[in-house]
Ligand binder design. Structure first.
Ligand SMILES: Cc1cc2nc3c(=O)[nH]c(=O)nc-3n(C[C@H](O)[C@H](O)[C@H](O)COP(=O)(O)OP(=O)(O)OC[C@H]3O[C@@H](n4cnc5c(N)ncnc54)[C@H](O)[C@@H]3O)c2cc1C
Length: 382
């Protein structure tokens, strides 16, 4: 797709070019197999770390590679183009676990974990959701009690990406249950701590090249300085910072939509019916033209939110708008892509079938579409 990407610097164009080459060479060839085996490729993760991609957007003082939110959005789109599942595992590590640690951890904690994490030698997970708490964070039941110089965690977490393979977790737990949302705090938990265990691995419909699990904390003790940010204030603080996750979700959705679109353009040129390529039928041409428009509009919204973040502007509304539009666009585009592929797209080993299984998750995670609409409506003053 030709992009009038006038706002990208030469360095960002080069980053995009290098990533496209990397994704074509290293991710696309393994995407189907990792999906089939429900396996996150740790060797690829390590390679991304060695090349400095995992450190993108993180300060050099903690082992990062520097760079902007816009650089990060470019990375997310390109990774998801190759494999939404692999991209999801990387996203949870970078945008949630490492970001929260970088934003709220003490200097000592950051320096002990981040250099290895950003080099791809340790992988993180974000442990927020529970059986009784999905959209409603105020229902989180995992407790953290202070005991001398330690915190003691008890509870369980469900649907945690990277959970079964993680080296460290950022856990959202309640330090003041009577205060609901305002009683939540963030903690860093290394996965070799006694009292922590992976209860089970979970099998998913899509994004299967990332691994997911249920995690249990039973009297799991961590040092006092593993509290990230303020006690009982960390979660609300973190929501402001973790809007990065919404920009990343938007970029992922655009990557998957673009992959489906590119495959559809090729198919429409090559599939001949009634003596002509199906791309010459107006119904198909119009549908593919609409895909292009929707993807480019979604990318502009996503990059607008990233640029606002880079300029230090308040960008919560922009991130919600970008996330909502891009994720719903992705589902629409992938559905049309499958339609124009006909039966060949419906076969289980077709990449289009994989995109179809993958796309829906973006509308659910990082605050579902309804939650984004609620935030936008609140910002409008309703
Ligand atoms: C592939 C995948 C990976 C995940 N990875 C992680 C992870 O790494 N870490 C983690 O902590 N969690 C993870 N999750 C869980 C994710 O955070 C939750 O799915 C998400 O928070 C939504 O919660 P829920 O699924 O329980 O849905 P629910 O909250 O039960 O929502 C169900 C439906 O009700 C709607 N709804 C809920 N509240 C409202 C409202 N106020 N107004 C209108 N509609 C509403 C929702 O939009 C949705 O359509 C993952 C989930 C998936 C599918």
């Amino acid at each position: 797709m030709a992009e009038v990407d006038f706002y990208l610097s030469d360095e960002q164009r080069e980053l995009q070019r290098a990533l496209r080459e990397f994704v074509a060479k290293e991710i696309e060839p393994i995407a189907a197999q990792c999906d089939e085996e429900e396996r996150f490729p740790r060797e690829l993760f390590a390679r991304l770390g060695e090349l400095g991609y995992l450190g993108l957007g993180f300060p050099e003082s903690v082992g990062g590679a520097g760079g902007s939110r816009l650089d990060y959005a470019i990375l997310c789109e390109e990774l998801a183009y190759g494999s939404a599942g692999i991209a999801l595992g990387i996203y949870v590590h970078m945008a949630l676990a490492c970001s929260a640690l970088e934003a709220f951890g003490s200097d000592a904690l950051k320096h002990s974990v981040l250099p290895d994490a950003l080099r791809g030698r340790r992988i993180g997970a974000w442990a927020f959701a529970e059986a009784g708490a999905g959209s409603d964070a105020g229902s989180i039941a995992t407790r953290a009690l202070r005991d001398g110089d330690e915190w003691v965690l008890d509870g369980s977490k469900l649907f945690i990406t990277n959970g079964p393979i993680a080296d460290f977790l950022v856990v959202v737990a309640s330090t003041a249950p009577e205060r609901g949302l305002k009683g939540l705090s963030l903690f860093l938990v290394e996965c070799d701590r006694p009292g922590f265990r992976v209860e089970s691995s979970l099998s998913k419909l899509g994004v299967r090249a990332s691994e997911m699990g249920e995690l249990v904390f039973e009297g799991c003790r961590i040092p006092a300085d593993h509290l990230l940010g303020r006690e009982s204030g960390g979660f609300l603080d973190s929501l402001a910072t973790l809007t990065l996750g919404r920009i990343a979700s938007a970029a992922f959705a655009i990557g998957v939509a673009r992959a489906a679109y590119d495959a559809t353009v090729e198919h429409a040129k090559n599939r001949v019916q009634f003596g002509q390529p199906i791309g010459s039928f107006q119904a198909v041409r119009f549908g593919i033209a609409d895909m292009a428009v929707q993807i480019e509009a979604a990318r502009l919204l996503c990059h607008r939110a990233a640029i606002a973040a880079d300029r230090g502007l308040d960008h919560g509304r922009e991130a919600s708008i970008a996330k909502l539009h891009a994720t719903e666009t992705c589902t629409r585009v992938v559905e049309r892509a499958l339609h124009y592929h006909g039966a060949v797209g419906f076969m289980s080993d077709s990449p289009i079938a994989r995109y179809y299984r993958d796309c829906k998750v973006f509308e659910l995670g990082e605050g579902s579409s309804e939650l984004q609409r609620n935030m936008i409506a609140r910002d409008i003053g309703l």
